[in-house]
Design a protein around this ligand. Structure first.
Ligand SMILES: Nc1ncnc2c1ncn2[C@@H]1O[C@H](COP(=O)(O)OP(=O)(O)OP(=O)(O)O)[C@@H](O)[C@H]1O
Ligand SMILES: [Mg+2]
Length: 356
């Protein structure tokens, strides 16, 4: 029950193919997060699962049943959007009750279902109020309530927290995690927020131009990206990417002329092979004057309290990002020496494929 399966799913808008043959299985009770650049097809894919868009090729299965002939209301899915889509002229109570009444449920059953849902979301006090008399976060909780009240097997969330302020987002994020645990329902959640994706997901699906680039746990996509796209998309600040060549002995030759040993021993391939080295910002550090592999000038120092993000431009004109301690002394315009720690580094070929 509740598993969602996509088999070679395609979508065209006119002649433009926006979903290019996606295969994916979301297990029953799993929370999967879709991430990817704007326009890559996240909402379209959710809407195809919900039945709000036709599927032009392939199949969508929900709980093992091919759903192409089923109307949205018959699919056992509920969708929550970024803009809450509440009926403005109805109280929260009536917003929650509306769909149940329409399905012909008895009055007493509607009442108990609405009150149970309101208690779960801690919105009982809001039930008599209309949406205009609520805060954004309260409205969004009512909107989530409208989805829950129908007891769907699958929840589809399309950036449901984007309109909320930072503190509310954190609170709603933990509510959604709690709901997922309590309801044990399948959830697919779209977000642009890296922290939301990393903290909520059982698995993350990274989408790009209508294709799946990688599916994996948050740790997998962060520490073991399948390709350059995933490596540069996941993680904030983003991974540093440096052009290197393979030395005669399998070592790394940096643009600065410095040579380093690859942690696994040697780089594969012929000498002179051109590759891109990917290094997370916390693997770069400020070091003493003759200990660094790269030197550069600080272009921006973001002092965030417990950490400092330094943006440095190298002599070769590359932009690097360093995640340093909060008390890092560097200031705008400083010439700094940077040490590289290759633990967990990635290597990509010129086509963006991960090679090591
Ligand atoms: N009704 C439509 N008619 C034509 N093209 C559409 C339609 N809806 C979406 N598109 C196009 O399909 C592509 C995917 O859109 P979609 O809304 O799924 O992206 P998204 O990943 O959700 O982006 P965002 O992060 O900005 O919400 C985009 O190129 C978009 O312009
Ligand atoms: Mg979208």
């Amino acid at each position: 029950m509740g598993a969602v399966q996509l088999l070679g799913v395609q979508k065209f808008f006119g002649t433009m193919e926006v979903i290019k043959g996606i295969d994916l299985r979301v297990d029953d009770g799993e929370l999967v997060v879709f991430v990817g650049p704007s326009g890559c097809g996240k909402s379209t894919l959710l809407r195809m699962i919900a039945g709000l868009e036709d599927v032009d090729g392939g199949e969508v299965l929900i709980s093992g049943v091919e759903v192409s002939g089923l109307a949205p209301a018959k699919r056992g899915v509920a969708m929550v959007f970024q803009n809450y889509a509440l009926y403005p002229h109805m109280s929260a109570y009536d917003n929650l009750a509306y769909g149940l009444r329409r399905s012909g449920m008895a009055r007493a059953d509607v009442d108990s279902r609405v009150r149970e849902t309101a208690a779960l979301l801690q919105i009982t006090d809001l039930l008599p109020r209309r949406p205009k008399a609520m805060s954004g976060g309260q409205r969004q909780r009512v909107a989530i309530g409208r989805a829950i009240v129908r007891k769907p097997e699958v929840f589809l969330f399309d950036e449901p927290l984007s309109n909320l302020d930072a503190a509310l987002r954190v609170e709603m994020r933990s509510q959604i995690a709690r709901l997922h645990q309590e309801l044990k329902a399948t959830m697919i959640f779209v977000t642009h927020d890296q922290v939301e994706a990393m903290t909520l997901a059982d698995r993350i699906v990274v989408l790009n131009s209508g294709r799946v680039e990688q599916v994996g746990t948050p740790r997998e996509v962060y520490h073991n990206p399948a390709n350059l796209f995933v490596a540069s998309f996941i993680g904030s600040p983003a991974m540093n990417l440096l052009p290197i060549t393979r030395g005669e002995d399998g070592s790394i030759l940096l643009e600065s002329g410095e040579q380093m040993i690859w942690p696994g021993g040697k780089i594969d391939g012929p000498p002179g092979r051109a590759l891109t080295l990917g290094l997370r910002p916390d693997r770069l550090s400020l070091v003493g004057s003759d200990q660094g592999q790269i030197s550069g000038t600080v272009h921006l120092a973001e002092h965030l309290g417990d950490e400092t993000i330094l943006h440095v431009q190298t002599a070769a004109g590359r932009a690097l990002t360093l995640k340093c301690d909060g008390d890092a002394p560097a200031r705008l315009g400083d010439l700094v020496q940077i040490g590289l720690d290759l633990t967990g580094a990635c290597l990509f070929d010129p086509d963006g494929r991960r090679v090591q």
